[in-house]
Design a protein around this ligand. Structure first.
Ligand SMILES: [Zn+2]
Length: 289
């Protein structure tokens, strides 16, 4: 499932490819994503220039000249492909990449400047696209339930400490809850707790000040690094039927069950458990507190 780093890399890639271009054609092949694509979808988009591309948590927000916003959420398996019609070259904007992108999972096309297609592909169809009016009211209302961006100054020790004190949730569930911090999902929360040497089952209100500090520090560090790596590996994704990105190899605990802990001097073995039905990887030796 795409998390903040991947969505940010998609945003940067889209920004490179389509900002400033004008939409001249929209083709919907399947309206039935997580939310139905409205019938007037293409009417709202045609002849509109792409002004900017932003991100909030795991949402991509494309601002149009008519002040409408296209909001895209990639759900579990959503991918955005940029295709240059003349040269027939394709660019996958995502960095997790394990399946061939079958055409039958392409759900809509947006053609820009008569030369570039933005294609949305989604196997499981949990992603969605919505058009919002750009008024402060709309925008705030739509995103009001989201917590601060983890890379912003608002996500700091005093913020996290005050929220954790009020919560009896396991810290893993707490960090995955978008209302406390936006953009984190299962993979990165596993990684963050590993770096912070904190047991994923630890209750949020039992964390020490030092542990809170570690979470804030490693969250920022891991996300920044992932964006950087994703951004660099993405250049290799110039084909839609190519190789897997090297990004997955960088995980230190996720998907490493029964393997040796990467931490120097720790001779632990990574264990897999389930917390709220989500696979959780941790080292019982160095994440014992
Ligand atoms: Zn360990």
């Amino acid at each position: 499932m795409p998390e903040l780093p991947e969505v940010e890399v998609v945003r940067r890639s889209l920004d490179n490819h389509i900002t400033g271009l004008v939409i001249d054609k929209v083709r919907v092949l399947n309206r039935n994503l997580r939310f139905k694509i409205p019938k007037n979808f293409s009417k709202l988009l045609i002849n509109q220039k792409i002004m900017s591309i932003r991100r909030k948590g795991k949402y991509l927000i494309i601002k149009l000249q008519n002040k409408k916003l296209i909001v895209i959420h990639l759900g579990m398996t959503g991918k955005i492909i940029i295709k240059y019609i003349k040269s027939n070259s394709t660019h996958l904007t995502s960095f997790y990449y394990d399946n061939k992108l079958l055409k039958k999972h392409n759900h809509f096309f947006i053609r820009l400047n008569k030369t570039v297609d933005l294609i949305y592909n989604d196997i499981r169809k949990f992603g969605f696209i919505k058009i919002l009016g750009f008024s402060r009211f709309d925008f705030t209302k739509y995103f009001s339930s989201l917590g601060p961006e983890p890379l912003s100054k608002a996500f700091n020790k005093s913020y996290l400490s005050s929220k954790c004190k009020q919560s009896k949730k396991k810290i893993k569930n707490f960090l995955m809850d978008q209302k406390y911090v936006s953009g984190l999902g299962n993979i990165y929360v596993n990684e963050i707790l590993f770096y912070s040497s904190i047991n994923p089952r630890k209750l949020s209100n039992k964390l020490s000040g030092d542990q809170i500090n570690k979470i804030v520090f490693s969250t920022k560090k891991i996300l920044k690094k992932a964006i950087q790596l994703g951004g660099s590996s993405i250049r290799d994704f110039n084909t839609v039927s190519g190789k897997e990105g090297s990004f997955q190899e960088k995980f230190r605990v996720y998907d490493r069950v029964k393997k040796s802990c990467f931490k120097r001097k720790c001779k632990g073995t990574i264990k897999k458990i389930y917390i709220s039905n989500r696979s959780t990887f941790f080292c019982p030796k160095c994440q014992n507190n």
